[in-house]
Design a protein around this ligand. Structure first.
Ligand SMILES: [Zn+2]
Length: 251
């Protein structure tokens, strides 16, 4: 019986929750940067205002059954919703593979989903909203206080150092190039990385995030998009991905 419970808690629940959480994140990603209410307004077709029925709210499957169109007016549904649901599912699957079941699996999923929303919003709007970055810092420290009290001071120090390092990089860049390179949002996100992963996460993320950003610039270039020294590239999605990897595979 023990193994059945482990299987349900360690695999089935997170993997079932993934697309449902992704569905909520899709709403959050669209509404939060626009200053719209995230929780109380019911989901509706953006073309005709038709309020979605429970059958139209099933993650991924509703989209596939309706062939990506509104059931009432036939308007095309933004496929991003499905990609976010699939990404949230992917996060649950990767976490379930990397972390044994129990509280750390759920923490890994929640952190991954949170970072997914942040990265996606940054990719769309070049903004990392404070309302999402800042709570991650005390959340990481609370995780340390609860599960690894001995690491709390180190994690607090890591958060401070992380913020300072990216703030300094942004400051030097502004002085040298007279334009915005790294925003404070990136520094706050990196501070959250320090709060969750401690000091060892910082060099890892500082190596992986720029490499991912360069790979992304490379794919843009291959697709014929001109990439120059002044091309605006979001750093948040890659920093978020690096933080999550650093957390999952921390020593
Ligand atoms: Zn419609």
């Amino acid at each position: 019986m023990g193994t059945a419970v482990e299987l349900i808690n360690g695999w089935i629940l997170p993997v079932l929750a993934g697309p449902a959480v992704g569905s909520f994140l899709g709403v959050l990603i669209r509404r939060l940067p626009a200053g719209r209410d995230v929780v109380l307004t019911r989901s509706a077709c953006e073309a005709c205002g038709h309020v979605l029925t429970p059958a139209e709210l099933v993650p991924v499957l509703s989209y596939l059954r309706q062939r990506g169109r509104c059931a009432a007016c036939g308007a095309r549904i933004d496929p991003q919703h499905v990609w976010i649901e699939l990404a949230a599912l992917g996060i649950a699957i990767v976490a379930a593979c990397a972390v044994p079941g129990g509280p750390f699996l759920w923490l890994s999923c929640v952190l991954g989903w949170w970072l997914l929303a942040l990265g996606w919003i940054d990719a769309l709007s070049f903004r990392l909203p404070d309302v999402l970055t800042l709570p991650l810092i005390p959340a990481g420290l609370a995780e340390a206080a609860w599960f690894e009290p001995a690491s709390l001071a180190g994690r607090g120090l890591a958060a401070t150092v992380a913020f300072g390092v990216l703030w300094l990089v942004g400051f030097v860049y502004r002085r040298a190039r007279h334009r915005e390179g790294l925003g404070l949002g990136d520094a706050k996100l990196f501070a959250a990385g320090g709060a969750w992963g401690g000091i060892s996460l910082l060099p890892f993320a500082m190596l992986v995030a720029p490499v991912l950003t360069l790979l992304y610039a490379g794919t843009l270039w291959l697709r014929g998009v001109p990439v120059t020294g002044t091309t605006k590239l979001p750093f948040g999605p890659f920093l978020a991905a690096a933080i999550w990897m650093g957390w999952l595979f921390r020593p």
